[in-house]
Write a protein that binds this ligand. Structure first.
Ligand code: PYL
Length: 273
């Protein structure tokens, strides 16, 4: 998992309104609507919930990311929920959150970013939620994925979640990972659930044959300009963005779904409510 940098997230809080407008323009859905659909909840169910949500900074491992807790809290607040960032970190922060009456906790160490509902025991993992949220956004961007060929780049936690969501939406999925065994493991998981995916070992060939991409890998410049056509659509949860350079981002202004935290955090909240 790529560790976010302060520069990746320092604009989130002040740009959420613009971000949401862009999302509506690209997908026809707000961030809250995508989170609701991705987590299998009705939007009015979400609107009826009123838990206190606490974000607990965690100092373990490589430590605090400047602005991380604030960014997570700003997304949750934007979605209409009461949110606090605990004064204490780690165990003290968890204790503080419980004593303040928080029902939902968000916290991240170097290995997992989770949301926990203290009342129901529900847990949502950022990787899993991100895969669901991004594919839900892509489905709207493509006016449905039934019978459409999608190339999934990356067979990590986000890629696995994206693959399952894609096949459930009826997409015809091809997966590429630099680690062939990761692609093969993903295929096994999907087949056990009664679906199928194609494993690809030739990236260039796969890129040339597809117009719908889920970039769930941490590589930069993996989707080059020559593979972008007027019909290309990309959902890119991967950090850093894999389509940088060569003016590709400008070319894809309304057909590129990418953010460092928003869709994942919103879907996590939907999953634990
Ligand atoms: C959750 C993000 C998405 C991509 N990479 C993941 C990451 O950067 N994980 C590390 C998060 C550390 C947070 C730190 C803090 O500020 O509480 N422990």
């Amino acid at each position: 998992m790529t560790r976010l940098k302060e520069k990746d997230i320092n604009q989130i809080a002040e740009t959420l309104v613009v971000y949401n407008n862009d999302l509506v323009r690209m997908t026809g859905c707000t961030l809250k609507e995508i989170a609701a659909q991705a987590s299998g909840k009705k939007i009015d169910y979400l609107d009826r919930q009123n838990p206190l949500v606490a974000v607990v900074p965690m100092t373990c491992g490589q430590g605090i990311i400047e602005g991380f807790s604030e960014s997570v809290a700003s997304i949750i607040t934007y979605l209409g929920f009461r949110t606090v960032i605990t004064n204490n970190s780690d165990a003290g922060g968890v204790a503080e959150a419980v004593q303040e009456g928080a029902e939902i906790l968000f916290m991240a160490d170097d290995h997992r970013f989770v949301a926990i509902n203290l009342k129901t025991g529900k847990v949502s993992d950022n990787g899993d939620a991100t895969g669901k949220g991004y594919v839900t956004g892509l489905k709207h961007m493509c006016q449905g994925l039934e019978g459409k060929h999608v190339l999934l780049l990356g067979a990590g936690p986000v890629g696995n979640s994206a693959a399952l969501t894609l096949v459930r939406y009826g997409a015809l999925v091809t997966v590429f990972d630099i680690d062939l065994s990761a692609s093969q493991r993903l295929r096994g998981v999907i087949e056990e659930l009664g679906y199928s995916v194609q494993v690809e070992t030739d990236l260039e060939s796969a890129l040339a044959r597809h117009q719908i991409f889920v970039d769930a890998c941490p590589a930069e410049n993996v989707i080059e300009l020559r593979y972008i056509s007027k019909n290309t659509k990309i959902a890119a949860p991967g950090i850093p963005l894999g389509v940088q350079g060569l003016g590709v981002e400008q070319l894809l202004t309304d057909r590129l779904l990418h953010d460092p935290l928003q869709i994942g955090v919103a879907t996590m909240l939907g999953e634990v409510l």
